[in-house]
Design a protein around this ligand. Sequence first.
Ligand code: ZN
Length: 476
Amino acid sequence: MSILIRNGRIITSVGDQIADLLVVDGKIAAIGNQLEANAETTIDAQGMLVLPGGIDPHVHLHLPTPAGYSADDFRTGSIAALMGGTTTIIDFVTPIRGQSIIEALKARIDEAANSLVDYIFHVSPVEWNKNTPNEIEECIEMGFTSFKIYMAYKDSVGIDDTALYHVMHTVAKLGGLVTAHCELGDDIDTLRDFYANQGLTTPKYHMLSRPSRFEALAVKRAIDLADQTQCPLYIVHVSAAESVKHIIQAQKSGQPLYAETCPQYLLLDQNLYETSIPEALKYVMSPPLRQSNDRDTLWSAMANGNIQTVGTDHCPFNLEQKMVGKDDFQKVPNGAGGVEHRLSLLFTYGVLTGKLSLSKLVDVFATQPAKIFGLYPQKGELAIGSVADIVIWNPNIKRTISSRNHHSKSDISIYEGFETTGEVALLIKNGKIAVENGKLSGTLPNGQLLKHQSARTTSHYYKRMDNSGSYNCGRV
Ligand SMILES: [Zn+2]
């Protein structure tokens, strides 16, 4: 099977050229001018952008909650991902306390089998017990090197600082990476109860019980614990300007530290919690939406390379599920969809406004998630030998996002009415056409379960610049 893409503008995280690109048997076989090749399919990409398929490092599909499963399973969520140019997702394994991590991992692998995009998981230690170190080691041996911890949600999946210290120490020793949800769980619970006890239970109090400072203080704490344990750290869904300050400071010191933000924190304002029910319920997510100065800081931190990736935290619910909490924000299932819209939103509100270069767009959308999570250069790159996951992006088409035409199964969208420019004209996944003219190929095979390379073998990790000289997380 071969595909020749003619005259596209090929964008990578470091380059930009008009050239031809040849795909043979699932891999990129050649890039150059006027390639001579007898391909089975030739595509004229004049005027189009050619980008690596997206990697969304933060997706929750088929997530069980007290309000029922989230609206997208691996099938429907992966279709939405493909329609928006994302070919790989990183989802989560979240055991119940008392359950073996390995058992939860195996069950999750089975649940994801009908995904159409390639997938891998962050694995969550939700407690520290005598089996945890061995289970972490077993995960790494199985090719799962990213461990997600929650500093919030102490009554279900959150862990305290002592457990966090042990997890980081163990993961660092074994060559993995810790990814962290940073919000101070105990402080949130205190403030939440303080409001609830006064009958202050509208969605606004969800936001007020999770202020920016609780995120920033947790970020600072996680950074410090990672420094003590010499553990590479990735902070998920950074929403607050105050958090970015701590991140920049630690990166300057040479600590291996990465950060992610999400389109909702780049684009939406906390005033949305003041809208009426049911509208305000759509925006109940953690961390909550913030203010314009936070958004400005996130955009510039991304442009400057302090925030490396954009994930969506895709976790949509239907309105009926959100309505469970119409009288009490504590009962609203947290989360919103977005896996389909990452590229169009970043292109429209980042590239076309001059906040991001095209290369930076590719970097946060595909290349850095691949590098940080040990999938590079097979994924996240347009280079000879890389997997042929390729977006051909028509930069001129205008659309309006709506739950009436998105591909998620949720009946609501936090981006309802958002105007976007640009659309997937064609998507190639593993060398096969997956999406063409807004239609999913009927013969696309299921996605594959990927493995992370160990953080020790990726060249992305840098050594500390200070005099400790003791970091052994990877090569320079
Ligand atoms: Zn999440």
